[in-house]
Structures are given as C-alpha cells and as structure tokens.
Design a protein around this ligand. Structure first.
Ligand SMILES: NC(=O)c1ccc[n+]([C@@H]2O[C@H](COP(=O)([O-])OP(=O)(O)OC[C@H]3O[C@@H](n4cnc5c(N)ncnc54)[C@H](O)[C@@H]3O)[C@@H](O)[C@H]2O)c1
Ligand SMILES: [Zn+2]
Ligand SMILES: [Zn+2]
Length: 383
C-alpha cells in the first residue's frame, strides 16, 4: 500500500514528508493505522546527529540507519496481522512501546522488559523479526525509529512493540504513554524511587520532565522543584504538581538549600532536552548524602566527558543512575498508567499543547526548539 510518512534522509536535514510504499506484515508482525504521534526530543537527536550510529560501528554491525522514518511515541488500530500472530487481531487498539519486549530474553525474564535484548535493534533500522524492511521510498529501503516509525499514517511492526489497550481510551492521549509519560513518570517512581516526604528536583520540564514532576507528586514528595528556563514550562509544572520552580541550576540549588535547611534534595532527575556531562556536578551538588541523581535525558552518543567528585560519590554514598523508558515495564505500566488517566489521577490532556498535520512536522519541531510546547503531536487525517 501507499501512505505518507516523514523521512530523515540524513542527519542535519529536515523531515521530508513523502509517499512511502508499505509491504504487508510478515510473520510476527502487524499493520497498524496510526492516530497520532508525539514529537519527542529523541527524534530531534536523530536530526542533530546526537543519535547517529558512528559509520564504522554501523558498517561492522551491518546497520543502515538512514534514510529513516522517525517517531516512536504513537498509537493506533491494528488493520491486519501477519502469519502466526494470535495475540492481536484487526480492530485491536495498540500503543507502541518504544522498546520492543520479547518476553524471553534474560532481562525480560526477570521483569526488566525495558532492557530487552531486542533493544539492540532500536537504531538498526529494520524489522526485529527478520532484519528486512517493509517500508520503501524512492526505490530504497527505509529504517524505522525504535523499530516502529510512528511519523507515518501506517506502519508495520513486530508484536513485541505492540501493547494492546482498551478500545474506549482515546488513542491520541494513549500515544503519549508510549514514551514521554512512562519515561518521565517512571524516572520518578521507579528509577528515583521517590518516597513520601522527599524533596525532588526535576531539571527540564518538557514532555518527559513534566511527567517526572507528575510521578514525584503522585509518590508523595514533600517538595517538587521544577527547573526550566522557559516561564510557560515553570507555570505548567505547577499544574502537574510542582511546589516550587527555578529557572536554572544556580537558582534551584539556592532554593533547595533553603527548603531543606542545607540538607539538599533526596532525588534529582535530569530530563533536559540534551544531556551533557557538565550538568552532573551541579546535579550531584543538589543531592543530599545517600541521595540519587537519575540521568534520563539523552546525550550525544559519542560524548564521554563527565566531571564530578568521586570523593563525594563514595564518602557521601551518592548514587548516579541511568534510566531508559523510566525503568518501567511496557506491558505492565502502559495499561496501568492509562487506567490512572481514566480515573482522573494522571494528566494526559494537559500535556498536548498543539497538534499538527504530518506535513507540518518541521513546524512542530521548531516550536519544540522555541520552547512553545509541552508536547506537540502529529494527528493523522484518515478521512
Ligand atoms: N531515557 C529515555 O528513555 C528517554 C526517553 C524519551 C526521551 N528521552 C530524552 O529526554 C530528554 C527530554 O525529552 P523531551 O521530549 O521532554 O524534550 P523537550 O525538548 O520537550 O523538553 C526539554 C526541556 O528541557 C528544558 N531545558 C533545556 N535545557 C535546560 C537546562 N540546562 N536546564 C533546565 N532545563 C532545560 C527545555 O526548556 C525544555 O522544556 C531528551 O534528551 C530526550 O531525548 C529519554
Ligand atoms: Zn521519546
Ligand atoms: Zn526480551
């Protein structure tokens, strides 16, 4: 079939919306009609070159990352299932987990599906089922961001990426739970393990960080300090449960020191647009003895520089931990968060600042760079 999708032909260019040829699903795969896709910062990292597999590594592994259909925060309706697929049927509603989970690898078998071995294929650009492509344009095979490629009207993906949800949940809101919501909420609830009464700092309040604020508040934090240079983000953070706001590390450090009588925060969560080693020392300085810094934001892949005091790390037993998908489990947490949404305990509607037709995807990303959106979202017109 033919459909429209946003392709990145190479890094440091814009998304190109054009006609794509889509093959039917093969064994273990499904064809899904997308309702919407969130404009997460991780796709922006593809465009800027931060998330590009170095040429030598790609050649060694036989990976062809570009051209690539972007998007990894989507939801839609199953249209057709490939041979052997029994757990999904046409008409089912699904949210795509941005990490496939096979259920059989060592990490899946201990309940850590966010670290599934299939994660090795996130940037490899082919179906995880047989390592070939279903998407083609201009006579070339196309890669798929996170094995799903939600910047298209339709996609074909492995059932390992599909989480079935109840049919009465609005799919545009559900899409957000495929990445930003679960990543942020889980960064607070699981990775930071926020406890009632704690002081928590969230640095960077976009589509991910706003949900870390929401998760910290839900966990019973005493203070939730939202840090962002953009005034609108600071104002909105209060809607999601922030008790205090600051515009940068310096202001936040002074505020946290005052709030805690110098003890500092139990947990600091880093969710700014682009991670950098230079943020680690100030984040550790805002963390109290025995406290924890959670690194969720994505840094350029080849960047390895971090300066911090190893003396303080050891002597004050501070922790620095990484987190992917909020250390959550897609099959448990996506339906769980959607139940909280349905019962009015989790905010999703308030996250979507503006929607765009796929043709305006570059306008949507410019608005993200300009700090105008909590989350921009592409909505597909299937009329
Ligand atoms: N670990 C994961 O599993 C995972 C999943 C999704 C996204 N991410 C990453 O999380 C990060 C955030 O994603 P997003 O979609 O929310 O991005 P976003 O662009 O929507 O939000 C980033 C926010 O950070 C703010 N900011 C920028 N620099 C800052 C600074 N120095 N101090 C404080 N605030 C600052 C911006 O004003 C913006 O509000 C990105 O790096 C993204 O790639 C990681
Ligand atoms: Zn994302
Ligand atoms: Zn697995």
């Amino acid at each position: 079939m033919k459909m429209k999708a946003a392709i990145l032909w190479e890094p440091k260019t814009n998304w190109s919306v054009e006609e794509v040829d889509l093959d039917p699903p093969k064994a273990g795969e499904v064809l899904v009609q997308l309702v919407g896709s969130g404009l997460c910062h991780s796709d922006e990292h593809l465009l800027t070159g931060d998330l590009v597999v170095p040429e030598e590594t790609a050649a060694e592994l036989g990976i062809e990352q570009f051209p690539m259909i972007g998007g990894h925060e989507g939801a839609g309706t199953v249209v057709e299932v490939g041979p052997g697929v029994t757990e999904l049927a046409a008409g089912d509603h699904v949210v795509f987990g941005f990490i496939p989970s096979c259920g059989k690898c060592p990490m899946c078998s201990i309940g850590r599906q966010n670290l599934c071995d299939l994660g090795a294929f996130l940037l490899a650009g082919r179906q995880v089922t047989d390592f070939t492509a279903r998407h083609h344009a201009r006579g070339q095979d196309l890669g798929l961001m996170c094995c799903i490629g939600t910047f298209g009207e339709y996609t074909v993906a492995s059932t390992a990426s599909c989480i079935k949800i109840e049919n009465d949940i609005p799919l545009d809101k559900a899409a957000l739970v495929g990445c930003g919501v679960t990543t942020g909420w889980g960064s607070a609830v699981y990775a930071a393990d926020v406890q009632p009464g704690e002081t928590v700092v969230v640095v960077g309040c976009g589509g991910v960080g706003m949900n870390a604020v929401q998760g910290a508040a839900m966990s019973g934090a005493r203070h939730v300090v939202a840090v962002d240079p953009v005034e609108m983000k600071r104002e909105q953070a209060q809607v999601f449960g922030a008790t205090h706001t600051a515009s940068d590390f310096e202001e936040a450090t002074a505020l946290v020191s005052e709030l805690t009588w110098g003890a500092m925060a139990e947990k600091v969560i880093l969710t700014m647009g682009v991670a950098s080693g230079e943020y680690i020392a100030p984040a550790m300085a805002m963390t109290q003895k025995g406290g924890r810094v959670v690194q969720t934001a994505v840094a350029p892949m080849t960047d390895t520089s971090v300066t911090m005091s190893l003396f303080e790390l050891a002597m004050y037993e501070k922790q620095l931990v990484g987190s992917i998908f909020g250390s959550a489990n897609p099959r448990r947490d996506i339906p769980r968060l959607l139940r909280l949404y349905q019962e009015g305990q989790l905010k999703l509607d308030e996250l979507i600042t503006k929607t765009y037709p796929i043709e305006d995807i570059n306008v949507g990303y410019q608005a993200m760079r300009d700090g105008e959106n909590i989350r921009g979202m592409v909505l597909y017109d299937h009329a």
